[in-house]
Design a protein around this ligand. Structure first.
Ligand code: NAD
Length: 273
């Protein structure tokens, strides 16, 4: 498919939701600007993704940097501006915030080092929440997103629940939802919407890092009316809908994309014989 003038800026492009979004949107002709943080061991998957994008036929611009570093963010904006100068009429149609980089330490522990520190908490909030504001500010200030643009953050059911070791990430998710609501209000004059997608439990490298990942997945599958986990592709498919003009009135929402997992609990009632 020939590339359009539409781009998706995907923060966290190299795995999980970000990667699935890149592939699905590219198949719809959307060019991909990807930001990720991978060491040498993770670069094979990035190279494979980039080769797939080349084969699909879209333009791509990748940055392997810490997205929360303001200097690297400035480099990214410069890179996008140069790309758009080379391809006049280009615009970022979607900015997806899909960064997973949070501490899993509890707030309270006997030994100081086992408990969350100020640095741990600030890093989690900065990468997983605050950065959506800074990127949105830059994208809008530099005129890189036209009316019809979409800002999307990825949240989870843990945004409104206390779960073991999820304290900092839970706070970041609550902040992300709040930030997107605020952005929705402030971006309305620009014709840009902002929403969060509350994905169901999904097997990705970020989930695998949580100590009780297996129990979380088993529990989700039992509760979910479809008795399966959410997949990154389930979420990517919804992004394909949200970037359409017809979805322009969906704004300031937390959209559940979980097959009903958050609203239904199949474990609480057994069907009559
Ligand atoms: N997996 C789930 O069950 C689930 C459910 C709901 C919401 N989420 C949220 O979805 C988002 C994406 O998670 P995922 O499960 O796809 O994780 P993932 O580990 O598969 O992907 C995370 C991506 O973020 C990038 N990244 C991490 N820190 C970075 C940094 N400082 N700078 C630049 N790039 C960085 C990684 O390189 C990778 O591309 C997260 O915000 C996560 O909390 C996950």
């Amino acid at each position: 498919m020939a590339a359009s003038n539409h781009y998706a800026l995907i923060l966290g492009v190299s795995s999980g939701f970000g990667k699935a979004a890149a592939l699905a949107l590219a198949k719809d002709g959307i060019n991909i600007i990807g930001v990720h943080l991978d060491r040498a061991a993770g670069m094979q998957q990035v190279d494979e993704l980039r080769a797939q994008l080349t084969q699909i036929g879209v333009r791509q611009l990748f940055f392997n940097v810490n997205a929360a570093d303001p200097e690297r963010r400035a480099d990214i904006m410069q890179g996008i501006e140069a790309e758009f100068q080379a391809h006049p009429g280009s615009t970022i149609r979607l900015m997806l915030h899909s960064l997973a980089f949070g501490t899993l330490k509890p707030f309270i522990a006997e030994r100081t080092n086992d408990a969350i520190s100020q640095k741990n908490l600030e890093m989690t909030m900065d990468v997983m929440a605050n950065s959506i504001i800074y990127y949105t500010q830059d994208v809008v200030r530099h005129g890189l997103m036209a009316p019809g643009g979409r800002i999307i953050g990825l949240t989870s059911a843990g945004s409104s629940r206390a779960l073991p070791v999820y304290g900092a990430v839970s706070a970041a998710k609550a902040a992300l939802e709040s930030y997107c609501r605020q952005l929705a209000m402030e971006l309305a004059p620009y014709g840009i919407t902002a929403n969060t997608i509350r994905a169901g439990v999904t097997y990705t490298p970020a989930l695998a890092k949580i100590p009780s990942a297996e129990a979380i997945m088993n529990n989700a599958m039992m509760r979910n009316p479809a008795h399966r986990l959410t997949t990154p592709e389930d979420v990517a498919n919804v992004l394909r809908l949200l970037i359409k003009d017809e979805a322009g009135w969906i704004n300031a929402e937390v959209l559940g994309v979980d097959g009903g997992e958050n609203s239904v609990d199949m474990t609480l009632w057994s069907a009559p014989e």
